[in-house]
Each structure stands twice: as C-alpha cells, then as structure tokens.
Ligand binder design. Structure first.
Ligand code: GSH
Length: 202
C-alpha cells in the first residue's frame, strides 16, 4: 500500500486530492509541522529537505519508490495510474508546465503573502511586494482560464496542484482575486468535486 506523509497545509492536500480522484487506498502519516516532526531523523530519511509531502510506494515499477516534492508526487501517481496526465505531447508538456508553474509561483509567493499578512506589526514593504506578485500570478491564471474550463486540456494534475493554494488565497486574502472572475469560477468548479472535498479535508 502507498504511504503518504503529509499535513493539513495547501501543499499537503494536493496528493490526497489525486488519491481521492483515483479512489486508491493509502496509509496516511500525519507529519505534525507544529511539533517539528518534518525535521526528525526518521522523516529526513524519506525527505532530506524536511518538508511535507512525501510518498513511499513499495510497489513501484522496479520496486520501492520514494518521492518528495508535491509536483513530483502528482506526476508519479498520475503516470502510475495512466490518468490526469496525457502520455502524448504536446498535452503532456502543457499539463506539466502548469503543474510546475504552481511550484515556482503561487506556492512560494502566496505562502509568503499569507505569512506576512498575519504578522503583527506587519512588514508593509514585504506585504506589498508579495501582494503584487500574487496578484500578477492570479491574473496569469485568470487569462489562461478565460476560454477554458480547466487549466490544461481536460481536468488534470495541473488543476489539483493549483487549487489548494488558490482556495487558501480566496479564504484568507480574497482581495488578491478582485477582478479574477475566471479564477473564481474555476475555484467553484473545483470545490464542487467530491474528491476535491475529500482531499481538502485530509
Ligand atoms: N515545493 C515543495 C514545498 C513543500 C512545503 O513548503 N511544505 C511546507 C508545508 S506547506 C512544509 O513542510 N513546511 C515545514 C518547514 O518548512 O519546516 C512542494 O511542493 O512539495
């Protein structure tokens, strides 16, 4: 059985969404970030970077597979399942581009924005910087979604990667999404899926 090491943060909810979409059973290991469990020796043996999520598959194609980084985990699982990631180009490149766009853009920038937003007293310079970049990223996705239902072709891991961060933004800093009506419509579409609801409740 698959072992998923995760916690209840946006990065930690992506794999649970995909696993719920696939209907695959897995052993859930909650890595309590509040207690620093991600920096303990046992966990560093799985993910030397000391962050969640990580996945262990004892039944990989050539035996045991250990994967960390949410993008790599979703790509691995989608490939194993043969679903939510096209096998052929150019569809595969399109899905992977938007998958890894999330890792380099919305993930770190929304994360910093939400951290600075909850600081007291607030570092206004840092807040303004991360607000501006987050707004730019939201507009990039809004433009992308202007003429399509899902981010890259059919519903895919690109949607599952991006959703937990955009949902966190909509809840905690909704003004970043002012005018991003296509993003808001996509958020509503994602939120309506039962597997997304199940994964988000991990
Ligand atoms: N690029 C990584 C980011 C992972 C990440 O930042 N995880 C956070 C939780 S959302 C974490 O483990 N933070 C704890 C720490 O940094 O000690 C991914 O996409 O998996």
């Amino acid at each position: 059985m698959l072992d998923l090491y995760t916690w209840r943060t946006p990065n930690g909810k992506k794999a649970p969404i995909l696993l719920a979409e696939l209907g695959w059973p897995y052993e859930l290991h909650l890595v309590d970030l509040g207690q620093g469990a991600q920096k303990k020796r046992e966990y560093l043996a799985i993910n030397p970077n000391g962050k969640i999520p990580a996945l262990v598959d004892p039944e990989g194609p050539n035996g045991l597979v250990v994967v960390f980084e949410s993008g790599a985990i979703l790509e691995y699982l989608a490939e194993k399942a043969g679903r939510f990631l096209p096998k052929e180009q150019p569809g595969r490149a399109e899905v992977l581009s938007w998958t890894y766009w999330q890792v380099g853009g919305p993930g770190p920038f929304f994360g910093q924005l939400l951290a600075f937003a909850s600081q007291t007293p607030r570092n206004e310079e840092a807040f303004t910087k991360f607000f501006g970049e987050s707004q730019r990223l939201a507009r990039v996705l809004d433009g992308r979604l202007a003429d399509r239902e899902w981010i890259a072709g059919a519903y895919s891991i690109a949607d599952m990667m991006n959703y937990p961060w955009f949902a966190a933004l909509a809840e905690r800093q909704p003004d970043v999404l002012d005018g991003a009506d296509h993003v808001k419509r996509w958020i509503a579409g994602m939120a309506a899926r039962s597997a997304v609801q199940k994964g988000m409740a991990v």
